[in-house]
Write a protein that binds this ligand. Structure first.
Ligand code: ADP
Ligand code: ZN
Length: 609
């Protein structure tokens, strides 16, 4: 059976090798075992259940919450010559009847269905008949972390999916997710009754993603520079915290000449659907979004994810940045953040209706995220460490590795800052404290007689922006809390005492100067996408011509371009320049069906170039 799995990998998908644990996962399913597979985004989860569905007799049932994306998933499979279909609330009655008939006649290899539909009596009865008539190859439960009440994607229906274990014993089930943490893993096993399952956990590293976190000074300009230098035409996602910032940023990018579209929960469903469709179907669209956008978006060629606001946790950061580079080609995770982000997020958390315990958890998670922002060592190591996956070496593919930040001994400055917070009564915000440190004359300062304090004017050796930089780090490192009373007042934490008493040193990151930024620009230019940069001028031109053909073919059929061929396949073609259809079949991602369908057209472009 493993032999037929390899055969399908090559003939249907046009791939030579299995990736990560794909081989073993498929092996377990072919032996009829249950499986829990944890794999990072882009790792290749779909193949793990698609191939066994084709090898085993009967239809593979895929449970997925992503109704809006089922059409694209099915389109992609049909392009490979796989008989796939879906059942969800968007279909009309006639189509539903047709799919049901085809199911019972054994004309379907893979069926996608939403959990709430799967759980209806009607559907379960239909599946009984399918089992008795043509057989069920397996059940795949995608996005399995949706069972977790603690995650951000909780779906109550997922908890009822244990019914599959009772009603269809002996049919292998595989649960898949890209969420790493232990607690979620245990919940999946328990809720879905996977106690006897084979468990496969891959590394969560995304080596092709380059991480950069900058201090935001003029975040919009910084974003623009980042886009111009690295992604002048690429598709990507820009995340912002508020709807207003989403709208403003999208409008601004559009004014600058980029194809940028807003996406947030305040837009009506039609607009959101259209914007998502355009993102998937056109080249080079930038989606500016709140976190409402992204789950399950399997567009492989998202070349960057930029954050203009701080994510709430490392989990969120990993998940959002993980939407870049699913195709394995180089991609950027870029972020600019500043003091105001921290204050806004803290206030939002404080004002939420969550329980005190929940708030404490959120506070901790935010602190961990801030730690990642302010650290001076390898960011990937820290990220993986957070998910319980220690790595021995720095990665060489993050900003800190490539350009170690300068640090300075800041204990004295920190003492001045902390004691000024203390002496003013621990109720003022950052701006006020800085004014006192700088000895500004101001009505409020004299009214409160803070110009009489020993800390008044003792901070003149630093500029206002340097002080903001210092305060941001003191908050990020947990010496100061942004209070809690809703006015952004600062308060000392227990951690501040030894520092205040002079018992500890403190080294902080130096403020990024203009010159630094410029140096970084050159580096970014050099680091730009080796795959593309390595192409000769002719290969680049050929790549563009192949892309144009792809876009035209995609538009004719109303499918996303990547459903026809991935960028990686076109790059391979541009480099190899196949001269015959047989050579074309040797290109990664060109299986038999695609060769028959598109081989000639792409060959002609190569030969004509
Ligand atoms: P995930 O669901 O884990 O995010 P996908 O299943 O969408 O990832 O796979 C990511 C991309 O990698 C897809 O475009 C897929 O075709 C490709 N891929 C998967 N397995 C292989 C493989 N063995 N060789 C080459 N490409 C692969
Ligand atoms: Zn690194």
């Amino acid at each position: 059976m493993m032999q037929s799995a390899y055969h399908i990998l090559n003939s249907v998908y046009g791939y030579r090798h299995f990736r990560l644990n794909q081989r073993d996962i498929i092996g377990s399913l072919l032996e009829g075992k249950d499986v829990l597979a944890l794999m990072p985004t882009g790792g290749g989860k779909s193949l793990c259940y698609q191939i066994p569905s084709l090898v085993r007799s009967g239809v593979g049932i895929v449970v997925s919450p992503l109704i809006a994306l089922m059409q694209d998933q099915v389109d992609a499979l049909q392009q490979l010559g796989i008989r796939a279909a879906y059942l969800n609330s968007t279909l009309n009655y006639g189509t539903v009847l047709q799919v049901e008939r085809e199911l019972l006649e054994g004309q379907i290899d893979l069926l996608y269905v939403a959990p709430e539909r799967l759980l209806t009596d009607k559907m379960l009865n239909l599946l009984d008949s399918v089992r008795n008539n043509v057989g069920i190859a397996l059940f795949a439960i995608d996005e399995a972390h949706c069972v977790s009440q603690w995650g951000h994607d909780f779906r109550p229906e997922y908890q009822q999916l244990s019914v599959l274990a009772e009603r269809f014993p002996g049919i292998p089930r595989i649960a898949l997710t890209a969420t790493a943490d232990l607690r979620t893993r245990q919940e999946i096993i328990q809720q879905l009754r996977l106690q006897d399952a084979d468990i496969y956990i891959n590394s969560f590293d995304r080596p092709n993603i380059h991480y950069t976190i900058q201090q935001g000074q003029n975040a919009r300009q910084q974003l623009w520079r980042f886009l111009e230098e690295n992604h002048p035409q690429d598709a990507g996602i820009v995340y912002c915290l508020s709807r207003k910032k989403v709208e403003d940023t999208a409008a601004w990018l559009a004014e600058q000449g980029r194809k940028a579209l807003p996406y947030h929960a305040g837009l009506d469903a039609d607009t959101r659907r259209i914007h998502q469709q355009r993102f998937l179907r056109e080249d080079g669209i930038i989606i500016v979004a709140t976190i409402a956008f992204g789950m399950g978006i399997d567009k492989p060629d998202v070349r960057f994810v930029a954050h203009l606001s701080l994510p709430k946790s490392i989990e969120a950061y990993y998940q959002e940045t993980g939407r870049a580079g699913r195709d394995g080609l180089p991609a950027n995770a870029w972020m600019a953040y500043g003091l105001q982000d921290v204050i806004t997020l803290r206030q939002m958390m404080q004002e939420s209706t969550a329980s005190e315990q929940q708030k404490r958890v959120e506070h901790h998670k935010l602190q961990a995220m801030l730690g990642l922002c302010e650290m001076t060592a390898c960011r990937r190591q820290a990220l993986l460490d957070y998910f319980g996956e220690p790595t021995p070496e720095p990665c060489g593919n993050c900003d800190n590795c490539q350009h170690p930040p300068e640090v300075w001994e800041a204990a004295t400055a920190a003492q001045k800052a902390l004691s000024c917070v203390y002496r003013t009564g621990q109720r003022f915000g950052v701006n006020y404290i800085i004014d006192v440190l700088l000895g500004k004359s101001d009505f409020r300062i004299s009214q409160f007689r803070h110009d009489q304090l020993s800390t008044y004017g003792i901070g003149k050796e630093h500029s206002e922006s340097e002080w903001r930089n210092i305060f941001r780090q003191l908050i990020a490192l947990g010496y100061l809390n942004v209070d809690v009373d809703g006015h952004g007042g600062l308060r000392l934490t227990d951690k501040a005492r030894p520092l205040l008493r002079g018992e500890e040193g403190l080294s902080l990151r130096k403020e990024q100067k203009r010159e630094r930024v410029r140096k970084e620009r050159n580096r970014a230019e050099r680091a730009e996408k080796p795959e593309f940069a390595a192409l000769s001028a002719e290969a680049k031109a050929l790549f563009e011509a192949l892309r144009n053909l792809r876009l035209r073919l995609a538009q004719e059929q109303g499918v996303p371009p990547y459903v026809i061929f991935h960028d990686a396949t076109l790059l391979h073609m541009a480099n190899e320049r196949p001269q015959t259809l047989t050579e074309m079949r040797g290109i990664t991602g060109v299986g038999e069906r695609k060769l028959a369908q598109y081989g000639q057209a792409f060959l002609e472009v190569v030969l004509g170039a």
